[in-house]
Design a protein around this ligand. Structure first.
Ligand code: GTP
Ligand code: MN
Ligand code: MN
Length: 392
């Protein structure tokens, strides 16, 4: 017979490729996780996310409950859901949820760039249900939310790998104008091998530490002058102000959350597809008409024009000093759960504090330097997991 290899409860000790053999279950669990997140129930959110993630890592299709023997991270609720789907193909709780108006509305509102759960919930409680109701309301939007509404129809479309590579070329040209030997790396989901993303993430560095300082504002200014930038929000590096031993999700690198104006290529049009998290919102605003339509007093519908030759795309740019580059690369490659479990593993099993800048060893009271991701995994006592296997 075969010897069963135990499945680790830590995502950072599992190899999770994009070949998910249990999508029927993970899709259902993800909906429950999403609903918990939209209700700010952190515990259930994590439980369903971990259950979904462990199923993604299995090298076989689950066809009977017996297949789940010894699999960690599956609580009673998750096991019941799997059992129900095994018996009847669907899960009632999930079917009810996707019909639920609060779930639908909060999912739609949080799919707007700049809108989090708290804001979406507030708008829902005020009786707002559709994007056009938001647009017609007297709500005071942030600049980010205004851009989110203005380019909504484009931003819910998935970004393709071809578009990501095109944006990489544009950024390389801009960055090399100011810093010829700067290194630009595609991170996030595309580095994990995904064919589609909700945005494109880049990490920028230079071998001579210090040369990267001030780069981001120069690059954004130049690209703005070229008409490439529709929205930008630059944050300066604030690492010096940080209590550096904290393990935070958010880092202190110089960065820019932006929206690019990407000239459309003939072959990258995919009208039928939408992002996984934007699918519910897709039809609602179709057919609004041109920017400045009567139903949009504040001109928040620029991307409704069907014949325009460009597409708005979300781009994240992060600039790291060379000494922190490996940590930044690891931190910005994801997935979100993989990152979370890396930090948790570092803390509980290594007595170390991991963030996107550094790894601090509490026992030796020292920072552990690393030039590569492989060295970071080694510091943590973990087998190296390549980006393509971090799709936890
Ligand atoms: P899609 O973009 O949806 O295709 O997936 P993705 O995995 O690329 O997600 P996203 O772009 O949201 O994030 C990429 C990685 O960067 C993830 O691992 C996140 O945890 C991480 N990340 C995102 N925003 C921040 C941030 O503000 N600070 C830090 N340190 N990490 C971030
Ligand atoms: Mn991304
Ligand atoms: Mn991103």
């Amino acid at each position: 017979g075969t010897i069963a290899v135990p499945v680790s409860p830590h995502a950072c000790q599992r190899r999770t490729t994009l070949n998910n053999r249990n999508r029927l279950f993970t899709d259902a669990l993800n909906i429950l996780a999403e609903n918990a997140e939209l209700s700010e129930n952190e515990g259930p959110y994590l439980a369903f996310t971990r259950a979904s993630s462990v199923l993604k890592s299995l090298p076989y299709n689950v066809t009977k409950m017996d297949d789940l023997k010894g699999i960690p991270n599956l609580g009673d609720h998750s096991r019941k859901l799997i059992e129900e789907i095994l018996e009847g193909g669907t899960c009632n709780e999930v079917q009810d949820l996707i019909q639920n108006v609060r779930y639908q509305t909060l999912k739609k509102f949080t799919s707007i760039f700049g809108v989090g759960v708290k804001t979406a919930d507030k708008w829902f409680k005020e009786g707002l249900r559709t994007l056009n109701e938001l647009r017609a309301s007297t709500i005071k939007f942030t600049k980010q939310q205004e851009a989110g509404l203005l380019y909504y129809e484009d931003l819910i479309l998935p970004v393709t790998k071809v578009e990501a590579d095109l944006i990489k070329q544009i950024i390389e040209e801009a960055v090399h104008r100011f810093l010829p030997s700067a290194i630009i790396t595609l991170t996030g989901g595309f580095r994990r091998g995904k064919e589609y993303g909700h945005d494109v993430d880049f990490l920028i560095t230079h071998r001579e530490e210090g040369r990267e300082e001030g780069l981001i504002s120069k690059v954004i200014s130049w690209m703005t002058a070229q008409g490439i930038i529709l929205y930008d929000d630059i944050t300066d590096n604030s690492y010096h102000k940080w209590k550096y031993k904290e393990s935070e999700t958010f880092d202190r690198f110089a960065k820019c959350f932006s929206i690019f104006k990407l000239q459309k290529m003939v072959h990258n049009l995919e009208p039928g597809r939408t992002c996984s998290h934007g699918s519910l919102a897709a039809n609602e605003t179709r057919g609004i008409g041109l920017a400045g339509h009567a139903g949009s007093p504040r001109h928040l519908t620029a991307t409704a024009a069907k014949d325009k030759d460009w597409k708005a795309v979300r781009v994240d740019l992060v600039v790291a000093p060379f000494g922190q580059y490996a940590y930044a690369l690891l931190g910005w490659t994801g997935s979100r759960l993989f990152e979370r479990d890396l930090r948790r593993y570092a803390k509980h099993f290594g007595h170390m504090i991991l963030n996107s800048h550094s790894l601090f060893d509490n026992k030796q009271n020292t920072f552990l330097l690393a030039a590569t991701e492989e060295e970071i995994f080694a510091h943590l006592g973990l087998d190296y997991i390549p980006p393509q296997e971090r799709n936890a």
